[in-house]
Design a protein around this ligand. Structure first.
Ligand code: FAD
Length: 443
């Protein structure tokens, strides 16, 4: 039996170590803190929450709530600690951050199958008798980032995430929006939201006055370089957006035959055609402000934001080109990636990907076949998305119902629909655990 090497004891690495070790396999867990820290971590604890203490929505009507319930059923350490260290937070699952990390640190350090080594890893391990999981996170140390970049190739490796908001297609009001491509070229791939002069001026005013999220010191240099947030572009002048992302030329409204004053375009984001991103709207606005201001765009009044726009330091790879749904590297069976590095976004998503990578690393260590989680589950839908999204526009992704296959029956009530998708996910997960995970366990 091989051992498993895990790099990084963050959200993903701690969960992965737990899953591997509980399957009777030895783990070498490398964590560089406290020898060396990142610009955001403040302690030497495992699974440190670097910002908010919320693991977001608790209920099953929420995709991240479903993901958490699946994790519980798969005996997740992160969820065990979250449930024990829960603090009151309305509909969210928030935790006492110190208690949360301490619990995980103690459990991992005291596990007889886990050896913790406080060392910075500079090169991706290539030991023959080991399976490796890279879970070094969005703030991966420079030397390791260099080694990963050499493996992936420069064009498939990113240091910064500037993502536009992502909208559930079914929440776009198509009685106001229309399909068209600029100058009628090719198929009408884009969804267009037109504004008249008055609507544009109101939108512009709210955009330039909206509240921004604080920029971290270590992010400032990049923020003002290259990729410009839409609100920053708007501040350059009232008409600037009309020559940029809101340019109306060639986008006549087919219902009137006229060119609108301004047009916001939305581009398809996933193969299932359920998600659309707002083109050119990378933004640093606070999330409630994004909902308020972008909700002024005709057709997006009731838009469901599957992921808000972000601009932050984030080390991640182009998983659609590089990873298999098992989270193995495309040309190395013995190498897996997990956490924010794979292009999942968020604490829970990172931990969940660590759980999948851990289970699969354990199978590989035993000489067995790794497994692919069903797309109907929140885990499977995420692994499927990050490994099959449009590679050219790949951006990190939160868990969301839009990533899962549609239900066979058509249900109009949104709440009921989500409940049914969640119910189906848990049924698939239970069956998968009983049939696939158990069978492999016994082999
Ligand atoms: P991490 O939890 O960061 O774990 C990676 C670990 O690897 C770290 O412990 C690090 O010390 C270690 N490491 C790095 N390089 C090496 C090396 N060469 N050798 C050995 N060890 C190494 N998500 C949310 O849901 N809510 C938030 O509020 C939130 N805020 C964020 C704020 C910031 C500033 C950042 C950067 C991200 C934030 N995220 C947030 C996104 C993400 O969910 C978290 O970063 C999450 O911790 C990612 O989990 P991970 O396991 O991939 O990485």
């Amino acid at each position: 039996m091989k051992k498993v090497i895990i790099v990084g004891a963050g959200m993903a690495g701690s969960e992965a170590a737990w899953q591997v070790a509980n399957r009777g396999i030895k783990v070498d867990l490398y964590e560089m803190r406290p020898v060396k820290s990142t610009p955001a971590h403040k302690t030497d604890k495992f699974a440190e929450l670097v910002c908010s203490n919320s693991l977001r929505g608790a209920g099953l009507e929420n995709a991240v709530g479903l993901l958490k319930e699946e994790m519980r059923r798969l005996k997740s350490l992160i969820m065990e600690s979250a449930d024990i260290n829960r603090v009151p937070a309305g509909g969210a699952l928030a935790v006492d951050r110190e208690g949360f990390s301490q619990y995980i640190t103690d459990k991992v350090k005291n596990h007889p199958n886990i050896t913790v080594i406080n060392e910075e890893i500079a090169q991706i391990p290539t030991e023959e008798d080991a399976i490796t999981i890279i879970a070094s996170g969005p703030l991966t140390s420079e030397v390791l980032a260099k080694s990963i970049k050499e493996l992936t190739g420069q064009e498939y490796f990113y240091f910064y995430d500037a993502a536009a908001p992502l909208i559930a297609k079914e929440s776009i009001d198509m009685s106001k929006a229309y399909r068209a491509s600029r100058y009628g070229k090719g198929t009408a791939d884009y969804i267009n939201c037109a504004m008249d002069k008055e609507q544009y001026e109101h939108f512009w005013h709210e955009l330039v006055n909206a509240e921004m999220a604080p920029i971290k010191e270590f992010e400032k240099a990049k923020f003002f370089e290259g990729c410009m947030p839409v609100e920053e572009m708007a501040r350059r002048g009232e008409d600037t957006l009309l020559f940029g992302p809101l340019k109306p030329v060639g986008l006549e409204d087919p219902r009137t035959g006229k060119r609108p004053y301004a047009v916001v375009q939305l581009r398809q984001d996933n193969v299932a055609d359920s998600l659309y991103n707002i083109v050119g709207f990378q933004t640093h606005l606070k999330w409630p402000e994004q909902k308020r201001v972008f909700g002024l765009i005709p057709g997006l009044e009731n838009a469901e934001f599957v992921r808000y726009g972000v601009m932050h330091r984030n080390t991640f790879i182009n998983s659609p080109e590089l990873l298999r749904p098992t989270l193995q590297f495309y040309n190395r069976d013995d190498l897996l990636f997990a956490g924010q590095m794979t292009g999942v976004e968020g604490y829970v998503e990172s931990a969940a990907s660590g759980l999948v990578a851990g289970i699969n690393a354990a199978y590989l260590a035993k000489g067995q076949e790794p497994v692919i989680f069903p797309k109907e589950t929140a885990h499977g839908s995420m692994c499927n998305y990050i490994t099959s999204a449009v590679a050219k526009h790949f951006q990190p992704m939160n868990a969301n119902f839009g990533l899962m296959p549609p239900l066979e029956e058509r249900i109009r009530d949104k709440k009921l629909k989500k409940q049914k998708i969640a119910q189906r996910a848990l049924e698939f997960l239970d069956k998968f655990s009983a049939d696939v995970l158990k069978i492999n366990e016994e082999n």
